[in-house]
Design a protein around this ligand. Structure first.
Ligand code: PEP
Ligand code: MG
Length: 322
């Protein structure tokens, strides 16, 4: 099996019926990139930039960030690199910021909420990204977007920083796509409205599942409710994909679900364009997708989306893709 995987390392990803998708990887540091390329990754679907900020005594400087982003972009060449702006809070704490303790950190002051109120932290990251953009194929992604206003505000700050860099004579790429993570149900529900304004979506199922099912992703006691194949989740994923495609935009997924062999046929059938997973899952996923007919699975879409339970969904998709 290892041999079969190795043969597919430099191949694009096609389903049995000739439909192409992109298999990308999630990374946390520039050192992770070689593993992505060795495992046949076609891009970076999620660069979690928190690692630059964690395990330190103070915030990283703009130059430190620039060097990290540049390194990832250069190593990836023409391949797309989706960098997510700072997503602290929830399970990711930064001691030196000394933020007040909250009763429900996952529902609290985190990610884009923090960044929009702390522009002194947010702007240097955006500047570092804009400066690095000339070194590769950069896409910028905002985490935890709950409202259109948040996206517009974050985008306006980016445009503002771009203009100041250009006026300083610093080169910035003119083709940077700007998208959002869909990990809050409100955003999935009005994906149609978002699709008119964003360049792409990436569905963050790790959080989308916890917020949709109201089940803390870290709490063992309620882990039985953490159901990726629940029809509610699949309907939200479908809403996002349809909304994006109607506006000619692409949709990725960077939660754990994207690399899950049971979920992959479902996501392929729903029309997901990009699957971002841990590097070691890429070649197994490419092998699996080559044996799946996207049109076949898509023909069962309405049936799957109207099922009542996750168990029904799993039983059905296993039977159909055996
Ligand atoms: C997600 O929520 O699915 C995601 C990819 O982000 P993180 O796991 O970093 O919260
Ligand atoms: Mg998340």
């Amino acid at each position: 099996q290892q041999e079969e995987w190795a043969k597919l390392k430099n191949e694009p990803t096609f389903s049995k019926d000739g439909e192409q998708v992109e298999l990308a990887a999630n990374i946390g540091t520039p050192e992770d990139v070689s593993g992505v390329l060795n495992n046949g990754g076609e891009g970076i679907g999620l660069y979690r930039t928190e690692f630059l900020y964690m395990g330190k005594k103070q915030l990283p400087t703009e130059d430190e960030q620039y060097n990290a982003y540049k390194s990832v972009l250069e190593q990836m060449g023409d391949k797309p690199v989706v960098v997510r702006t700072l997503d602290i809070g929830g399970d990711k704490e930064l001691e030196y910021l000394d933020l007040p303790k909250e009763l429900n950190p996952f529902l609290g002051f985190r990610a884009i909420r923090f960044c929009l109120e702390n522009e002194d932290v947010f702007r240097p990251q955006l500047r570092a990204l804009l400066r690095a953009s000339v070194h590769g194929n950069l896409k910028i992604m905002y985490p935890m977007i709950a409202t259109l206003e948040e996206f517009r505000q974050a985008k306006a700050i980016l445009v503002d920083e771009k203009e100041s860099l250009l006026s300083e004579g610093v080169k910035v790429s003119s083709t940077i796509e700007v998208g959002i993570m869909v990990e809050i149900p409100s955003t999935a529900v009005i994906a149609k409205q978002f699709a008119k304004e964003v360049d792409f979506f990436s569905i963050g199922t790790n959080d989308l599942i916890q917020y949709t099912m109201a089940a803390d992703r870290m709490n063992e006691r309620v882990s039985y409710l953490y159901q990726p194949y629940h029809p509610a989740i699949l309907n939200l994923v479908n809403t996002v994909i349809e909304a994006a495609h109607n506006e000619g935009k692409w949709v990725g997924m960077c939660g754990e679900m994207a690399g899950d062999p049971i979920a992959i046929p479902l996501l392929l059938g729903l029309g997901l364009d990009e699957f971002s997973m841990s590097a070691t899952s890429i070649l197994p996923a490419r092998t699996q997708i080559r044996d799946l007919s996207k049109k076949d699975i898509a023909s069962y879409k309405d049936k799957i989306l109207s099922m009542g339970t996750a168990d029904e969904v799993v039983e059905f998709i296993k039977k159909k893709t055996d």
